[in-house]
Design a protein around this ligand. Structure first.
Ligand SMILES: Nc1ncnc2c1ncn2[C@@H]1O[C@H](COP(=O)(O)OP(=O)(O)OP(=O)(O)O)[C@@H](O)[C@H]1O
Ligand SMILES: [Mg+2]
Length: 255
């Protein structure tokens, strides 16, 4: 669905990404992991035309995205959930959902918002509360729901676990896996919480200093002890059978 080929990109004259190539297949969860400053956010910003592309190709369903206006990308079916500041704190949960669905008709937006509260029951509970009063994890769910309001084909998720307690981050991750499994959405997820991301992901890329150091099955990267300990802070290899968690196992509400 999305192909990035030999991408060189950065900010102004600063180059951050070097000859980076990735493939994001339809309906899969592609994970990009790597240490701080590796260029993970820059990759998403290049796709969204926020960072500067020096050379290379970015193709979405076969068409180049380079030079596309950022606000046109939503219409093309790409939703971007940025790392921070991704909800309107002063607005209610409902109003946030409606803001995100601004291109829908009122009736469509109402129906979509209703669907979001079914997917994320926690949003239903707080539908009239201002988003600024939500906990970090609830806020992240709202940000994901806002992305889904746009009926995207492709979702770009930037470090959903930032600033969350590990258990909450875990829950958010499982929601992402559920989104792939139940809604069939194609996801490109950038993540620092590498272990869980690699457990739920299909394919993975390890990004170090703007270059791809590993590409392949997400799970298999967990069996590369050197890469795991050097770049991802994962010391222990997972035990047999722990490699693929199902969403149900995590105790998600299942509705
Ligand atoms: N707007 C910007 N202008 C100039 N340099 C930037 C800008 N944004 C990021 N950088 C630099 O680009 C490099 C890569 O940053 P990036 O945010 O892509 O890393 P990251 O992998 O997302 O890191 P983290 O895990 O900390 O979020 C860093 O050296 C950073 O300082
Ligand atoms: Mg980042």
């Amino acid at each position: 669905m999305l192909t990035v080929r030999k991408l060189n990109a950065g900010y102004g004259k600063l180059q951050v990404l070097y000859d980076l190539s990735i493939e994001v297949p339809a309906k899969g969860l592609t994970v990009v992991v790597g240490p701080n400053g590796a260029g993970k956010t820059t990759l998403l910003c290049s796709i969204m035309n926020i960072a500067k592309v020096f050379s290379g190709e970015i193709l979405f369903e076969g068409n180049s995205l380079i030079g596309e206006l950022t606000h046109n990308l939503a219409q093309k079916g790409i939703a971007y959930v940025p790392q921070m500041g991704n909800v309107f704190a002063g607005l209610s949960v409902m109003d946030n959902l409606h803001m995100a669905g601004y291109m829908l008709s009122k009736a469509e937006a109402d129906a979509k918002a209703e669907q979001m509260t079914e997917i994320f029951p926690v949003l239903k509970k707080f539908i009239h509360r201002s988003a600024g009063t939500l906990s970090g994890g609830e806020r992240r769910m709202l940000a994901i729901a806002m992305g889904l309001m746009k009926n995207p084909k492709l979702m770009l998720l930037d470090e959903l676990s930032t600033d969350l307690a590990p258990i909450i981050a875990e829950r958010v991750m499982m929601e992402v896996a559920r989104m792939r499994d139940e809604l069939g959405i194609t996801i490109l997820m950038v993540e620092q919480m590498a272990k869980r991301a690699l457990e739920i992901g299909d394919t993975a890329y390890l990004l170090v200093s703007g270059q791809v150091k590993y590409s392949g099955q997400a799970n298999s990267l967990l069996h590369e002890p050197e890469l795991c300990s050097m770049y991802l802070g994962i010391k222990q290899l997972p035990g047999q059978g722990e490699t693929k968690l199902s969403v149900a196992e995590e105790g998600s509400e299942g509705n």
